[in-house]
Each structure stands twice: as C-alpha cells, then as structure tokens.
Design a protein around this ligand. Structure first.
Ligand code: HEM
Length: 397
C-alpha cells in the first residue's frame, strides 16, 4: 500500500474518496491523524448508516427477521469500546483497564513463554513450516483465550469467527456477504460467552470475563449485552492484530539480514526494533472517525456526519515526522508511530502484544539463527485494514 499512500499524500492532505466506505475523507499526514484521534470533534461512533448502504444489503432486508438481525448486530458491534465516545467510553474503558494493568501483563510473561515454547517445540524447522499457521495465528489466540478463561478446544471455532469479523472490519468496501458472515460470527461469539456467564458468576476467577462481570454487578457496565460485546471484540482485537505484528515482524527481519544479524548479536535492541517494526509495517493500517462538529482542515470543510479514514500506515511513513521513512532502521527511535492509535482510544492491549512479540521474536532468533524464507514473495491476506501475511513458509538451512 505504501506507493499508494505516497500518491495520496502528494494529492493533498484531505481527500474525498467515493470508493471508500461509500464516501469518506482520507487523511495521510501524521499530525492530522493524531488530531483526528485525539480531538472530540471527531467521534468514534461510526458503525451506523453506511452498513445499510452496502450494495446488496438493502435487498436482503425485506423481512422483519433480517432487519432485526442486522439491528442486533449493529447494536452489539456499536457497543464495543472502540466505537464509544465520552463518558460511555470512559466507563467501559475503566471497567477493562484493570485487566490490562502493566503489572498484570508482566506476570503473563512466563505463560507467554510457555505457550510459545509449546508451539515451537512441535516444529521441525529443517523440514520447514508456515510461521503464520503454526505460530503467529495460534499464539495470540491462545494468550487472549487464557486471559478470558476459554477452553483450548474451542480455539478453532473462535479463530474462524474472529476471521469473519476481520474480513468485514478490515475491508475498505465490505460486501453484503462479508457483512452476513460477520453478523453470524459475532452473534455466535456472543452466544458462546453468554453461556459461560452463569458459571463465572457462581464462581468468579481472575480472568477478564469474571472481572467484567464484577464491573457489571457494580453498575459500571450496562446489562444489555455491553459485557458480551466487549468479550467478543477483545477476542477479535487480541489476536487479529498481534498475529500480524508477529508475521509482518518476522518477514521484515528476514528480508533485512543486517537487522537480523544485529539483533542476534544484541538482543537488547529488541524493544526498539519492535517499535520500528510496528512503524514500518503496521498491523492496523487505518481507523475511522465520524465528524461530530463541522470543521475546516487545510482549507477543506468536513461536514457533520462525514466519515473520516485515518491512514495510520501512511502517518507512520510521513516524511514530515520520520526521516527517511521508507527505510527500516532498528535503531530508530520510532516511539511516535501511530500503530496503536493515540488519545483516549489508544490500544489497551499494546503492552500485551509487545510482550508477545518480544517473547516470540527472541525465541525464534535463539532457536533458529539461520532461519530463511522458503518463498521470496509470500502471499498477503488481502485485508486492507488489517495488513498481514496469509502464509510465511520458513526453514533453517
Ligand atoms: C484499540 C491497534 C493489540 C485491544 C486499538 C487501536 C489501534 C489498535 C490502532 C485504536 C483504534 C481507534 O482509535 O480507532 C492494535 C495493534 C495491536 C493491538 C496494532 C497488535 C500489534 C491488541 C490486543 C488487544 C487489543 C492484544 C486485547 C487483548 C484493543 C481494544 C481497543 C484497541 C479493546 C479499544 C480501546 C478503546 O477504545 O479505548 N488497537 N491493537 N489490541 N485495542 Fe488494540
């Protein structure tokens, strides 16, 4: 996408595109995107409206049941924290925050290491394996499953449901089929969590679902599916993104042998390197906002209700923010990348995904210093918003 972002940036800072979500403003500059993510004139409530304008959706909505199904989907989807504003958002974020406290995340390190070793021990690197299928996909799902207290045998179902959500959420022009699949899968996820609740209420654990139930009992979460919506979206957010940090990260390191060699010699460089990996090839390429109060940006008026697409992937390569932005440099201090967003909605799981990347990349580097790609041009997943590889075949020489 990066040559496209360059072209868009050259065309102007605020561009109207009909081919994005049935019409949206597209931002490419780091400063403008930071503003859109932090300024309350840009609302996070953006899920309504355009969904019904997806070609083919109207036709399928003639029946009352179909309409009710879509309404329920929109209500659940729209009550995920990432789509809330102001006081509602603060309330839900507070209820979740304890589950992501840095001290708690640090205590997960041993579990993440154990889960990583389990996966890596089962691989024959001489014969070759697909890093995405064997490591990048299962690990984050196992970790978020552990946090939510989900049985391992349910993992495959979850990954499939979550993939349907990813295909819908990450599409620049979602189709009616993608919407239907996302709708079906979100409802199945919600039903699954709903079935877990009585047992968790009866004997709460230290898992996130139990914490959220306590918040609900204390009146901090509404009892109309708000809790279920957070669980489903956490499961999605916890693994679709980290998978691509692991996959894009290993791919970038393997295609930059100098960086790989440098990290082998000095593992302490890993923290900076992961920041640069996030900047260089962000797992989340864009997010959206809706204009809540009309405003003028670089001489262009953005009307109330207009949709805005903030191209995080372009902000991270903005030459006004990063010198020589298309060069991957593991010594760069790339802390101001926007891959985790910015402002009130800044990613709550950032610490967790950094931990996972740190554990996995160190383990791979130590075990297989001579790792190489078996396919010089691996396949990408084709999801515009959630950039990642479909497969990354590797082996040791
Ligand atoms: C928010 C990216 C991992 C849960 C966000 C946002 C971004 C992002 C860009 C802000 C969206 C916006 O403002 O519109 C990423 C990336 C990840 C990652 C690149 C991995 C490399 C995780 C993990 C979890 C998680 C592991 C949970 C276990 C969330 C939640 C929000 C969020 C719940 C909404 C926060 C709010 O609205 O206050 N993430 N994320 N993310 N992320 Fe992540």
């Amino acid at each position: 996408p990066y040559p496209t972002y360059r072209r868009l940036r050259a065309a102007g800072p605020v561009l109207w595109r009909d081919d994005v979500f049935q019409g949206a403003w597209v931002l490419t500059r780091h400063a403008d995107i930071e503003l859109a993510l932090r300024d309350p004139r840009f609302s996070s409530q953006r899920t309504g409206g355009w969904v019904k304008r997806i070609p083919g959706v109207d036709a399928s909505l003639s029946g009352r049941r179909a309409q009710a199904g879509l309404d329920l989907f929109q209500r659940l989807f729209g009550s995920a924290m990432v789509f809330l504003d102001g006081a509602d958002h603060q309330r839900v974020r507070k209820a979740m925050a304890a589950g992501f406290h840095p001290t708690l995340i640090r205590t997960l390190r041993a579990d993440v290491e154990r889960l990583t070793d389990e996966l890596l021990d089962g691989l024959d690197a001489h014969a070759g394996f697909d890093f995405i299928a064997e490591v990048a996909r299962p690990l984050p799902s196992r970790v978020i499953g552990l946090m939510l207290g989900i049985d391992r045998e349910d993992e495959a179902r979850f990954m499939a449901w979550s993939d349907d959500l990813a295909a819908f959420i990450g599409a620049l022009q979602p189709t009616a089929d993608q919407l239907r699949a996302a709708q079906r899968s979100l409802l199945q996820m919600v039903r699954y969590f709903d079935a877990l609740l009585p047992a968790r209420r009866a004997s709460p654990g230290t898992d996130l679902v139990s914490r959220l139930l306590q918040a609900e009992a204390a009146g901090e979460l509404r009892a109309d599916g708000e809790l279920l919506a957070q669980c489903a979206m956490l499961l999605f957010a916890g693994h679709e993104t980290t998978r691509n940090l692991l996959g894009n990260g290993l791919y970038t390191l393997l295609t930059h042998p100098d960086a790989w060699a440098r990290l082998r010699a000095d593992e302490d460089g890993m923290t900076l390197a992961i920041r640069e990996l996030l900047r260089y090839d962000s797992p989340v390429q864009y997010t959206g906002r809706r204009v809540a109060t009309e405003l003028t940006l670089h001489g262009t008026t953005l009307g109330r209700g207009d949709l805005v697409i903030a191209l995080i992937g372009a902000a991270n390569r903005d030459p006004e923010r990063f010198a020589d932005p298309d060069t991957f440099d593991i010594t760069r201090r790339a802390g101001s990348h926007l891959s985790f967003g910015s402002g009130p909605h800044v990613c709550i799981g950032a610490g967790l995904s950094l931990l996972e990347a740190d554990v996995v990349l160190r383990a791979v580097l130590r075990r297989w210093p001579t790792l190489r790609m078996l396919d010089a041009a691996p396949r990408w997943n084709g999801i515009a918003g959630l950039r990642g590889l479909a497969a990354l075949p590797v082996s040791v020489s």
